[in-house]
Design a protein around this ligand. Structure first.
Ligand SMILES: C[S@@+](CC[C@H](N)C(=O)[O-])C[C@H]1O[C@@H](n2cnc3c(N)ncnc32)[C@H](O)[C@@H]1O
Length: 428
């Protein structure tokens, strides 16, 4: 397949597209994917809520095509909202599953390819695609085909990975990216490849093809798994501790509520620099001036982010600082929620020293977080001291086995208890 607009097919691109398409023909994949809709694991339900919320917010009707409909995750809620929905997918097995899950609800389903839709020009008011373009390097070619079937003035809504986010985290020189990020950009690595796009590329595409960009809304700042937040990767996502914290989302409603609140009141009002994933909305009409205003607004939000102060972002946020602080205060009452938020707080204060949390976090929470930060530093220092002692100890190896690890635990405990007085949490 050729990627139009001066982006010729690269080596391996067609193989990647074929592989991504064929993978979903397997009924076992369909079963696995369908199960994810009902089994709540880790942050799945948060991802689901955010994605379906965005699709419902941005879609316009009455005639909608859901491209790569899969098991109808986007299409069925839209049917429930009263839209007339047509789902297309290259996998008949997926369409069969959607038909089953629809349980008699009216939806039209057809086999078709994302880049060659079996419909005439201007058939639909809106095209939506959820978790589809993220797989395809030929996003431009697909979008041109979607534009063809959407009427003039209609709309296209889809999610894709954010190149600006990867750049914000690790710079524009991809050779310097860490291996787990690099492999997601490697077209030959079929399982890990992710399609990443920058706001500049989206605006350029809109101008070149007669579209108006309406949104590039970031989401999923702490979903983990395949949606790593690269800005906090080293401190959070790469650690087992954080994976465990995220796993609590599946069972802890209070934690879910906190995550959802942060996404809805902060994350989605920022820019694609802050998360690995975004929703993009194009209207099918040319408006170069609107596209220029959009680009300027993204630049203004980025500049506000750089100021490291809630007040600078205020013009774009739905809540005042006081309202936000009051809601956050309630959501931070459960200890698990507070522990999760502490992870984010720690990353922010490390990544953006000087970020002003005053007025956003209650003084007692802020005080506790600073105490926890101090405890972690003491803990690390005590561990280093204990490791240093054991390194030179004559008893370190017994029958060839390093026994210093057990000693280390007791040394750290003794240091924290007697010297720093923080082992039992007595000091706040
Ligand atoms: C990750 S699933 C997403 C399904 C659904 N939209 C959702 O969000 O749950 C990707 C879907 O795209 C479909 N697909 C893959 N390649 C395709 C192609 N070339 N043309 C049409 N559909 C394709 C797959 O069969 C699968 O149903």
């Amino acid at each position: 397949m050729n990627d139009r607009l001066d982006h010729p097919a690269e080596d391996g691109q067609s193989d990647l597209i074929r592989w991504k398409t064929d993978a979903w023909q397997d009924p076992r994949m369909v079963n696995w994917y369908s199960g994810r809709m009902v089994v709540s694991e880790s942050t799945n339900s948060l991802k689901n809520a955010l994605e379906i919320g965005a699709i419902r917010r941005f879609a316009s009707g009455p005639e909608i095509i859901d491209i790569g409909v899969g098991t109808g995750r986007a299409a069925l809620p839209l049917v429930a909202d009263g839209y007339r929905v047509t789902g297309i997918d290259s996998s008949q097995a997926m369409l069969d599953e959607t038909r089953r899950l629809a349980a008699g609800a009216p939806i039209s389903l057809k086999v078709g390819d994302v880049a060659a839709l079996p419909f005439g020009d201007s058939t639909f008011d809106c095209a939506v695609a959820l978790n589809v373009l993220v797989h395809f390097p030929n996003w431009r070619e697909s979008l041109l085909e979607w534009k063809r079937v959407v009427r003039p003035g209609g709309r296209m809504v889809f999610d894709i990975h954010s190149l600006d986010h990867a750049h914000a985290a690790y710079g524009t020189d991809e050779s310097r990216w860490p291996a787990p990020l690099k492999r997601t950009q490697t077209k030959g690595d079929f399982t890990h490849y992710m399609s990443r796009v920058s706001v500049d590329e989206l605006v350029e595409f809109a101008n070149a093809t007669g579209l108006t960009i309406v949104a590039a809304a970031p989401y999923g700042a702490f979903l983990g798994g395949g949606n790593v937040n690269w800005l906090s990767y080293a401190e959070l996502d790469a650690t087992q501790r954080w994976k465990r914290v995220l796993s609590w989302f599946a069972r802890d409603q209070a934690l879910f509520d906190l995550g959802y609140f942060l996404e809805e009141t902060v994350v989605r009002h920022l820019t694609p620099r802050v998360t690995g994933r975004m929703f993009v909305v194009f209207d099918n009409r040319p408006d170069a001036q609107a596209n220029a205003r959009f680009a300027a607004d993204v630049a203004a939000r980025d500049a506000a982010l750089d100021q490291r102060d809630f007040a600078a972002l205020q013009p774009w946020l739905p809540y005042s600082r006081e309202q936000f602080a009051a809601e956050l205060g309630k959501l931070l009452k459960p200890l698990r929620s507070r522990h999760f938020f502490f992870g984010l707080f720690k990353t922010l204060v490390t990544r953006m020293p000087g970020f002003d949390f005053r007025g956003v976090l209650a003084p007692e929470v802020l005080g506790q977080f600073h105490a926890w930060l101090e405890h972690e530093q003491i803990d690390q220092r005590a561990t280093n001291i204990a490791r240093g002692w054991a390194a030179g100890a004559p008893f370190r190896f017994k029958d060839g086995i390093d026994v210093s690890v057990g000693t280390e635990y007791h040394l750290v405990k003794a240091l924290l208890e007697t010297h720093f007085g923080i082992f039992d949490g007595g000091r706040q």
